[in-house]
Design a protein around this ligand. Structure first.
Ligand SMILES: Nc1ncnc2c1ncn2[C@@H]1O[C@H](COP(=O)(O)OP(=O)(O)OP(=O)(O)O)[C@@H](O)[C@H]1O
Length: 266
């Protein structure tokens, strides 16, 4: 039976060391954690600690040096069609319309045209782009392009949605708006998400759980459960529990930053 706490993505003692011409870089060590099915989990941590590396392992773009990563119980051995990734740059095909960009993965999967169109149109509606289906990426703002990227990722009904700082290139106001939009979208569809961010309020607003990473080589220093009920409204930053959690995560990150400073002074 499927329960809400069933793990969709599992890391078990996962480690990754990059080997370069000038030596080795230990990015991750002993990461053990799971994203429960239908939950939104964010990863936050010091700059360069290994957040993207963790996401790339989940997406099958990198293989762990030791330990394992599993999706729905199966060892991840490479990219899968049912794993969707959204990056900082929307990476849309400029010659295709919004609708055809969204339907791209469905086309590759051989889904018939009518079904592709219907699915793309319902996602256009979900991400708030009604009326823009026939436009091209060049006609859209940065925030709108990221909406298209999110819709394209959702089109394949992913087992997990992996998002690497999807709003990192947007101005602060658009970023806040996109965070609110993503919360609304997610509250409607409740897919499993692993989301990398540098932004503590963004992580709290979106997530059920935040994994705070240590400095490199990174491990999960603490898993902070975000026990703020949903739906979460626009006034969330004024909620005392939000402010409390913000302080908890901020202190964890500050301690890591201090450790890094002490380490680099040695
Ligand atoms: N392909 C690579 N080859 C060698 N080293 C790499 C490679 N990719 C990343 N690294 C190094 O591994 C470490 C972790 O990188 P990663 O990009 O996962 O960190 P991050 O936490 O996502 O960074 P940021 O906060 O800057 O987004 C960094 O020191 C980075 O320089």
């Amino acid at each position: 039976m499927t329960t809400s706490t069933e793990a969709v993505l599992e890391f078990e003692d996962t480690a990754l060391t990059y080997r370069t011409a000038s030596g080795t870089i230990e990015a991750l060590v002993g990461v053990t954690a799971a994203v429960p099915k239908g939950r939104f989990v964010s990863v936050i941590g010091p700059s360069g600690c290994g957040k993207s590396t963790l996401l790339d392992i989940a997406g099958g773009l990198l293989a762990p040096t030791s330990g394992s990563a599993r999706l729905n119980g199966e060892e991840i051995r490479g990219p899968r069609r049912t794993t969707a990734m959204v990056f900082q740059e929307a990476a849309l095909l400029p010659w295709r319309t919004v609708r055809d960009n969204i339907a791209f993965g469905l086309e590759a999967a051989g889904v018939p045209k009518k079904r592709r169109r219907d699915r793309a149109d319902s996602l256009i509606n979900l991400v708030g782009l009604d009326g823009f289906g026939d436009k091209h990426p060049g006609d859209l703002s940065g925030g709108m392009r990221q909406r298209v990227a999110i819709a394209r990722a959702l089109a394949v009904d992913p087992e997990i949605l992996l998002m690497d700082e999807p709003f990192g290139a947007l101005d602060q106001q658009t970023r806040m708006m996109m965070g609110t939009e993503l919360t609304k979208i997610w509250e409607r569809i409740r897919c499993s998400v692993l989301f990398v961010t540098h932004d503590i309020p963004e992580a709290i607003a979106l997530s059920d759980e935040v994994w705070v990473m240590s400095q490199r080589p990174a491990r999960i220093k603490e898993r902070v459960v975000i026990d703020i009920p949903r739906p979460r409204g626009a006034d969330l930053p004024l909620d005392p529990r939000f402010q409390e959690l913000n302080g908890v995560i901020w202190k964890l990150l500050r301690d890591e930053a201090n450790r890094q400073l002490v380490g680099s002074a040695d």
